[in-house]
Design a protein around this ligand. Structure first.
Ligand SMILES: C[S@@+](CC[C@H](N)C(=O)[O-])C[C@H]1O[C@@H](n2cnc3c(N)ncnc32)[C@H](O)[C@@H]1O
Length: 222
């Protein structure tokens, strides 16, 4: 596990990227963002693409993209851009400004594109617009990092884990957001895939920051 001293020497995004992250719509606090950036910087040294499930408006994508730019690799970010259950009208995380009035449904893709463009990071990201399991089923390449921050039901989190973890190269990093061991702090689906990864024997935990967990693939398995 990383110590506080190790975190102090960890790579950090530049101030413009950090300011763009802070200004972007999204849910990730800065300490978790810095931990994600550190994992992405390390994983990018494999030379393999970094994959995010759950683009939303690009808040976390900015950090992955900056780390990818520094290493000359590409970020792939998957989202159907229609929002998760808790982002629909009437739910806690709904943002009415993200509804497409013509279609009558959430559409976070335009905001995501503006976020990335304003930060000058468009060239380092490929947006995959679709349902995560469907995209995973047709994806054939190896990945240096898989960041799971998509749907938070058991069905979605499990499908994300089972769809994308097999593509993670040996020594690649699996990062899971919203891991809450105590049910009083939040939903349990991300915690359950985190436990599953640990118990599989194929992953070892390398860092924990807030609700973000970083695990390294140490062998084959799921
Ligand atoms: C918690 S948000 C992602 C937040 C983002 N990573 C950030 O830091 O700002 C979850 C996103 O996952 C997307 N999502 C949920 N289920 C999905 C699925 N099965 N396939 C693709 N995207 C999905 C939603 O549309 C939503 O934008």
């Amino acid at each position: 596990m990383h110590t506080a001293a190790a975190r102090n020497t960890a790579p950090r995004p530049g101030p413009e990227v950090m300011a763009a992250f802070e200004a972007a719509k999204g849910f990730m606090p800065a300490d978790e963002g810095l931990a994600l950036y550190g994992a992405a910087s390390e994983a990018a040294r494999t030379g393999l693409p970094l994959l995010e499930v759950g683009t939303y408006c690009g808040r976390s994508t900015l950090l992955l993209a900056d780390a990818a730019r520094a290493a000359g690799v590409t970020v792939l970010t998957v989202d159907h851009h229609r929002g998760s259950e808790e982002q629909q009208p009437g739910w806690e995380y709904h943002d009415a400004s993200l509804v497409d009035p013509e279609v009558g449904r959430m559409d976070t893709l335009p905001t995501f594109r503006r976020t990335l463009h304003a930060a000058g990071l468009e060239d380092h990201v490929v947006a995959l617009v679709g349902r995560s399991p469907q995209v995973a089923a047709v994806w054939g390449g190896r990945l240096g990092l898989v960041f799971v921050d998509g749907g938070h039901t058991d069905a979605h989190a499990t499908a994300d884990y089972e769809g994308w973890a097999p593509h993670l190269a040996e020594h690649g990093l699996l990062v899971i957001h919203d891991v809450f061991p105590d049910p009083a702090d939040g939903g349990q689906a991300p915690y359950r895939i985190y436990r599953r990864a640990r118990e599989s024997g194929a992953f070892a935990e390398v860092a924990a920051t807030g609700s973000l967990r970083v695990l390294r693939r140490t062998g084959p398995g799921l």
